[in-house]
Every structure is written in C-alpha cells, then in structure tokens.
Ligand binder design. Structure first.
Ligand code: MRU
Length: 343
C-alpha cells in the first residue's frame, strides 16, 4: 500500500513540504514560514510535479493571508504581489497558474479583511483536497487498463510526490495494486534531475509495486526486446486539442510507443488543462546547464561546452492513445472530447 505523507500541507502557520531534493536517501520535510521560502522551494524543486506545485503556491497564498495584520487594500495588493511571485517560479506547469488564479478569484465579492483571509485559506485547502479526490478518481477510471502480468512504462515522477497525494500516472497503478493485479513498472530514470530514479522508483518500491529502473536511452531496447504493454505519463499542461507538455523525453517515448504499438496514455486532473493557449504560447522551462554538466558534485562534461537543458517537451495528440482524468478516460478525437469533458 502507498505509505507516504501528503507532499504539501499547511498547519495554519507553516507550509510543510516533502523535500524532494533529499530523496531517496531521506524522507524529510521543509517547513516554510514565508512566501519567499515557498517560491524558492518551487524554483529549486524541493517541491515539484504540476499538481504539487499548484497546491504549494495556493498554500503560499494562505500563509500570506494567515500572517497578514491590517488593511483591506494593502491585503489585496500584497496578495497580488505574492501571486505574481509564485507564478514566476516555473513557467510550464499549468496547475500553478490555475491554482493561484483560483485563490485570487475566491475572494471576489468579499467585503472585509477577515472574510478575504478566510476565503484564501479555504480556497487553498479546497485545492489540496480536490487534488487527492481527483487522483483517486483517476485511479478508479484508469486501473482497468492495467492487466495481469503487464509491463507498464512511465517517465519522470507523476506519482504521489508530484501531487498532494496518490499521484496521476501512478494512480491507476496504486489502484490496480490494491485490486491484487500483478504487474511491473518500468521507470525511466529521467535525466538530468532523475525524478524517475530518485522518486518514482522510491515511491513504487515503498508501495510494494515491482519496479525496474532503466536509463532513458534504454526505452527502445526494452520495448523492442522485452516488450511493454502500456505507457502512462503525467502532464504539466494539456491544451484544448490534447497537445501535452510533460517532462523532457515524453515526446521521444510517445514516438517509440507508436512505433511499437504500445498504448500511450496521459493521466492528469482537469486542473492541468489549459484551453486558451496554443502550442507556441507555452514556455518550455530551460534549466541550469549545471544539471547536465554535473552528477552530484562531479563534473561530467568538459568546462566551456555549450549545454541545452529543456525541462519539458511537447507531445502531439496523434501520439496519445487516451487521457485519463478524474471525469473519465477520453480516447480518439481528443479535441472534441476535451471540449465536452471540460464544459
Ligand atoms: O520538473 P518536474 O519534476 O516538476 O516535472 C514533473 C513532470 O513532468 C510530471 O510528469 C508532471 O508534472 C505531472 S505530475 C503529476
């Protein structure tokens, strides 16, 4: 069974985050008593994964509200500054923008300061609760895709630790495991931050789900020589036509899956859907070249060599067999079905 605390929480005074930089060696917590601390935690990937980032930002706003002392106008302008600071941490995961905007709109119509503070707190808590509920439903809607003896491939970590709890891509896995279905997960290590090795392998192993870890470049070998029955990934942002932005390597994996006839599913809550943007509007985060040049403290690339470190890529809808959401699984003509699902 899944044996992990909530990734993100708020005790009324502090935002409490599982510090994912320390995994797998140590399951420890980072306690944030300021909005700057929360923003830095998102930027430095102490907390990561689209839904977890969204919930952390919402609780960052709750932290601001709980510590604010006087003045309605000051509260509002301060909250907007906090919102902008949190939104500027990472550009690709839609849940971040969705959560911050939802908290802001929850105070519309509030007349006094206490009411505004209460609504911010409640709004943030609701986002966290709904995330867990959605993930449970994603598990329920998706677990029948996993059959006895299957080998399921995944990339990065779209697990419990990428959400408030239970995960998105892992939700069908946890649910299938609860049903007693026996299957194995093949986790791609996910260079350069190694979320697959450090986090997915950690959490599935802890839950008693057999997991085999491979380097990203071995995905083709494994598909063609050993066989893979299903691929499930998470998403940082899904557009109206089903175009999916997710961890770097997802696009390559989708092409391999297509080539080998492996069903390729994306699991995400509807809070990941951005119905307004076009592919060209979405900013792919470029991260520090040091993530590529070093492994731990050891330099592995020559000094001075040019490095490109995109954190995400774009998978076109034609490479996606289906999307597993809390409202159901959609397949086929994704654009039309997304429109119907999110109405
Ligand atoms: O850079 P990260 O670790 O935040 O990237 C995480 C992913 O790409 C996940 O697949 C995605 O956020 C979905 S998490 C449920």
């Amino acid at each position: 069974m899944i044996d992990l605390p909530r990734t993100v929480d708020f005790d009324g005074n502090k935002v409490i985050l599982v510090d994912q930089r320390k995994l797998p060696e140590k399951l420890s917590f980072l306690e944030c008593e300021s909005v700057d601390c929360v923003a830095n935690a998102i930027k430095s990937m102490a907390v990561r994964g689209a839904p977890a980032i969204g919930a952390a930002a919402a609780f960052g706003m709750a932290l601001y509200a709980s510590r604010f002392e006087s003045g309605r106008e000051n509260f509002l302008s301060g909250l907007k500054t906090v919102a902008e600071k949190l939104k500027s941490t990472r550009p690709t995961a839609y849940n971040l923008f969705w959560a911050v905007d939802r908290v802001i709109s929850s105070i519309k119509g509030a007349t006094d300061l206490d009411e505004m503070k209460r609504r911010v707190l409640e709004g943030a808590r609701r986002i966290a609760e709904e995330d867990v509920e959605s993930n449970r439903k994603i598990g329920e809607n998706g677990y029948r895709l996993i059959k006895e003896g299957y080998r399921v491939m995944t990339i990065c970590n779209a697990g419990s630790l990428a959400t408030v709890w239970y995960g998105t891509a892992t939700a069908p896995m946890y649910r299938a495991h609860e049903e007693g279905i026996e299957f194995k997960v093949i986790a791609l290590e996910t260079r350069p931050v190694l979320q697959g090795a450090r986090i997915t392998a950690f959490e599935l192993n802890r839950a008693g789900i057999p997991v085999k870890l491979i380097v990203d470049g071995a995905a083709g070998y494994v598909m063609s020589n050993l066989g893979v029955d299903l691929a499930i990934t998470g998403a940082d942002r899904i557009l109206a036509d089903g175009t999916t932005f997710n961890k770097i390597g997802t696009y390559s994996l989708s092409i391999l899956a297509k080539e080998h006839g492996v069903p390729f599913y994306v699991a995400a809550p509807t809070s990941t859907f951005d119905l307004k943007s076009k592919p060209k509007d979405v900013r792919i985060e470029m991260r520090d070249p040091k993530e590529v040049a070093f492994i731990g403290n050891k330099r592995i690339a020559p000094e001075g060599v040019e490095i490109l470190n995109p954190a995400f890529d774009r998978t076109p809808p034609e490479n996606i067999t289906g999307i597993i959401t809390e409202k159901g699984v959609i397949m086929g003509s994704l654009a039309e079905k997304i429109n119907r699902l999110l109405k």
